[in-house]
Design a protein. Structure first.
Length: 310
């Protein structure tokens, strides 16, 4: 945890989002900023600080926030709606631009898992966003979701139709949003190494009845540089569609981490590899610094860089 980290709040709708602000040193002049949020029910306390602190140390201010209804934010508890969370993103980006000593023209969006889809959608909707990062992203529910047993599918549909809540993570034979093999153990490990997590294993299901949420549609026309960090063995979000989307993006970049599952990026060698690549990307596009050699040498974990296809 950064000793200089600050608590902030900002309005979104009729509620209040909680946020942490990580200043980027005492250098004079306006600094770039990266706006960050988790996926589904994840909160700022669930290992996002491990990324934000590294960005701040590299000279980039970081703003990490909780969605309404989750973590330390106000609002109806555990109410998940993609459009609602995108409103929170827009409010957080507006706050970032208003902060003193922040360069409003150098704002990046960073999201993890379903937050990776939000980061893409938020950047696509705002031509002033300078860069975006989506790590282990869920960009399209239809093409990236792994198959569930039919009984589980029916239970999930029933919960949505009845307006009930479901666990965010569970076992493969349980009705939960994320029930891939090993996913519950993986996510609970992330929560355990977080900072006094406020996470709850509960999420509304009615949003499943709405139009499919598909941020992947924005990839081919995205105006800004976009880094997609993909776990090659991801059991939660199929990696293929994310790789293809990044290669379609005019300024897309892909990093693929062999032997890594969805939740491995939050700690251990996988975390070091991912955060090093993200620092290099943000330094290049927000600070004008090329740190490629240093960051590549700083990790023991191999990864693959695929430039966008012609």
């Amino acid at each position: 945890m950064s000793m200089s980290r600050k608590e902030l709040t900002f309005p979104s709708g009729s509620d209040t989002c909680a946020a942490w602000l990580y200043p980027a040193g005492a250098d004079k002049g306006a600094r770039p900023i990266v706006v960050m949020a988790h996926g589904l029910t994840g909160t700022r306390r669930d290992r996002l600080g491990a990324f934000a602190g590294r960005f701040a140390a590299a000279g980039i201010v970081a703003l990490v926030f909780d969605y309404r209804g989750f973590g330390d934010s106000t609002g109806e508890p555990d109410l998940y709606e993609p459009s609602r969370q995108l409103e929170d993103w827009h409010a957080a980006i507006a706050l970032a631009r208003s902060l003193p000593d922040v360069d409003a023209g150098r704002v990046a969006a960073f999201g993890s898992s379903s937050g990776g889809g939000h980061a893409l959608a938020a950047a696509a909707a705002d031509p002033r966003v300078a860069a975006a990062i989506s790590q282990v992203p869920m960009l399209d529910r239809d093409t990236q979701s792994y198959s569930k047993p039919q009984q589980v599918v029916e239970e999930v549909k029933a919960a949505a139709a009845e307006g009930r809540y479901l666990p965010a993570v569970g076992q493969p034979d349980e009705a939960a949003f994320i029930s891939a093999p090993g996913a519950e153990i993986g996510w609970r490990r992330v929560v355990a190494i977080g900072e006094e997590s406020r996470w709850r294993n509960r999420c509304s299901a009615a949003w499943l009845l709405g139009p499919p949420y598909s941020p992947i549609q924005h990839a081919a026309s995205l105006h800004c540089p976009w880094l997609v960090c993909v776990a090659a063995d991801d059991q939660v979000a199929k990696p293929g569609p994310a790789i293809d989307a990044a290669r379609r993006a005019p300024r897309g970049e892909v990093r693929i981490y062999p032997g890594i599952d969805h939740f491995d990026i939050y700690d251990g060698p996988a975390h070091e590899a991912v955060v090093a690549d993200e620092v290099e990307f943000l330094s290049r596009h927000l600070l004008g610094r090329n740190l490629c050699g240093a960051t590549k040498a700083g990790s023991e974990l191999g990864r693959v860089h695929l430039p966008p296809s012609d």
